[in-house]
Design a protein around this ligand. Structure first.
Ligand code: SF4
Length: 318
């Protein structure tokens, strides 16, 4: 195994919950001790239901949200411990693509001005800027004519291409993509996924790809981590995970994917109850109130995330 490009150790993000003006009434445990690594040129999918902490994990890696504790090691530096100034330098190498690119675009600016923003923020000399802008707009499948338009003139798919152009214009090593295709039509989704694959090959990018959609994650990922209520419960290569999921929660998620082969035997596993509140999570294994295999030990002891037959699983069954 080569040295990972990024190593995340025991990442925690708690949000304080306030009652009234000053009273503090506990914490929402959005991310609770998540660990994984990312290899060079790899796409690591992170999947789970809404509210499982996957987006908070992604944003904490770039310190768009400050993590409460844990380590994010990049180029031998724990970037959770460095100053905001030093973090600015690392942002050149770790960029983000958002679900709704419009949310982070000033509608009064042209596409050229929007994708120039990172070049200006990182003081790239003017002579290099033009070349990078012209190269990058073509790399994402748009033309130089698009540079003079405002965002309102572009379709959803074209806007996401602009979002990707802005993320790659500094030629980062890692892109964290948070639900980058979930707001798009299915036909446009596959175009954007193919574009991400092409850019990975051409620029040697590594992706952390966050999505609630298992089919999308299966299409693009090399390995997949499954999150439940702020914790990673299973991490495996895509092939192993989709062929035989080990964790009961992963099994339930997989059973919800529609059958593509009518002869395929697949029984849908219906989860009991609702996703518990992250401000008041269950004791022991957080999945135990909904798990069909729950045992007595599951109610009091949270299983460790351990190696099982070439994958990692957090479950007392293994
Ligand atoms: Fe189910 Fe127990 Fe495994 Fe949790 S630890 S997933 S409750 S069997």
């Amino acid at each position: 195994m080569t040295t990972p490009l990024l190593q995340v150790n025991e990442l925690v993000k708690k949000f304080p919950v306030k009652k009234g003006w000053f009273r503090h009434s506990g914490y929402v445990h959005a991310v609770n001790g998540v660990s994984f690594d990312l290899q060079e040129g790899e796409t690591l999918g992170i999947v789970g239901e809404s509210g499982c902490g996957k987006s908070t994990t992604g944003r904490s890696l770039l310190r768009l949200i400050e993590p409460t504790s844990g380590e994010v090691i990049f180029q031998n530096v724990d970037i959770t411990k460095i100053s905001k100034n030093d973090m600015h330098k690392f942002r050149k190498d770790i960029q983000m693509v958002f679900q709704n690119p419009m949310d982070s675009m000033n509608p009064k600016l042209t596409i050229r001005e929007i994708i120039s923003e990172p070049l200006i923020a990182h003081k790239v000399p003017k002579v290099e800027r033009n070349q990078l802008i012209n190269d990058t707009i073509k790399l994402v499948g748009l033309s130089e004519n698009h540079l003079f338009l405002h965002p309102e003139k572009l379709s959803g798919g074209q806007l996401q291409r602009v979002g990707i152009a802005r993320a790659i214009i500094l030629r980062p090593k890692i892109v964290v993509a948070d639900e980058p295709v979930s707001a798009l039509d299915v036909s446009v989704q596959s175009q954007i996924l193919n574009l991400l694959n092409k850019l990975q090959e051409e620029l040697g990018l590594s992706y952390i790809f966050i999505s609630h959609d298992l089919a999308v994650v299966e299409h693009i990922s090399h390995r997949v981590g499954v999150m439940y209520l702020g914790e990673m419960v299973e991490l495996a290569t895509k092939d192993k995970l989709f062929e035989k999921p080990y964790h009961p929660y992963t099994q339930a998620l997989m059973s919800s994917i529609p059958k593509t082969d009518p002869d395929e035997e697949k029984e849908r596993i219906i989860l009991k109850g609702e996703l518990p509140s992250p401000s008041n999570p269950p004791t022991g294994c957080k999945f135990h109130p909904r798990c069909v295999h729950a045992m007595e030990v599951c109610k009091s002891v949270n299983p460790t995330f351990k190696d099982v037959e070439g994958r990692k699983v957090a479950c007392h069954l293994y």
